[in-house]
Write a new protein. Structure first.
Length: 278
């Protein structure tokens, strides 16, 4: 299996909403984003799939060494072998790749976030920087598009947090800020016990409203000059926002299940975004 085949298979098996946006890219850009996304999945899965924190930390340290070796011309992992031919063309730097690792290291070092500012730092590393790289690959000509990419990454990560409250709690992690749990009088134990209440619903609506504001902020920063090139990002954002609305319609019943859109609906949203350009 070639490195290119490896990353294509990695992305296809992930079932990610991103896959549908990738279909609308030109082959060179599709190859670059596929390799970059495969790298992100490899790093993220270290935290999600390795139960021993010490082993996970060792694996993340290895990935930092692999990033350094790859930019020195010695990639060994197939994801890096597939990515390196594209880094110069799309302005991908070691700092971008290391930021993703830093975000995953935060998952090993803390399972709670004291306030929204701390959560924003985490979102910047695991989603904002990813948004910046993807905007480079899609095609960016305006500096303001970087702000759009970071805001969209934040919005999508906040959507992930809302969707995955139950799953994350079962892994021992609660991303909802402690100050906001206290504000709505929701105890961590209630989430761990899958306890729904009007207080929990109000807390989750607060999270969803903030995510919607982040989407609005992102779209307001995207200028006309880059709108056409950034359509794949808009597709991803529209898919995630539709998911957020689906969760709202289900009254935030996310503690016992993982709400998702069907593949057909994701494809329809991507196609509609491609036609409408927004």
């Amino acid at each position: 299996m070639t490195p290119e085949q490896y990353v294509q298979d990695r992305v296809a098996r992930s079932g990610s909403s991103f896959y549908y946006a990738f279909l609308f890219l030109t082959p060179p850009r599709r190859a670059a984003i596929t390799a970059f996304y495969a790298y992100c999945r490899e790093v993220d899965d270290v935290v999600d799939e390795v139960s021993d924190p010490a082993i996970a930390a060792t694996k993340l340290a290895w990935w930092k060494q692999e990033v350094a070796a790859s930019f020195a011309g010695r990639p060994s992992h197939p994801a890096m072998k597939a990515l390196m031919p594209h880094v110069a063309a799309y302005g991908i730097e070691p700092a971008h790749l290391n930021a993703v690792i830093d975000g995953c290291e935060m998952d090993l070092q803390q399972s709670r976030y004291p306030d929204y500012a701390a959560l924003q730092r985490y979102c910047h590393l695991v989603a904002g920087v990813v948004g910046e790289v993807t905007s480079n690959i899609f095609g960016r000509t305006e500096p303001a598009t970087i702000g759009y990419a970071h805001a969209l990454g934040l919005a999508m990560q906040l959507t992930n947090i809302v969707r995955d409250v139950g799953d994350d709690a079962r892994r021992g992690r609660i991303y909802l800020p402690i100050t906001e749990l206290q504000q709505f009088d929701v105890k961590a134990q209630e989430i761990l016990n899958r306890g729904y209440s009007e207080r929990f619903t109000a807390l989750m609506q607060f999270q969803a409203t903030r995510a919607h504001r982040a989407y609005d902020d992102a779209y307001a920063q995207l200028g006309d000059a880059d709108r056409r090139a950034q359509k794949p990002g808009l597709m991803m954002g529209n898919i995630y926002r539709a998911l957020l609305r689906e969760i709202e319609a289900a009254d935030f019943q996310v503690l016992h299940q993982r709400i998702a859109l069907t593949p057909l609906r994701k494809l329809w949203i991507a196609m509609r975004t491609n036609w409408r350009g927004r």
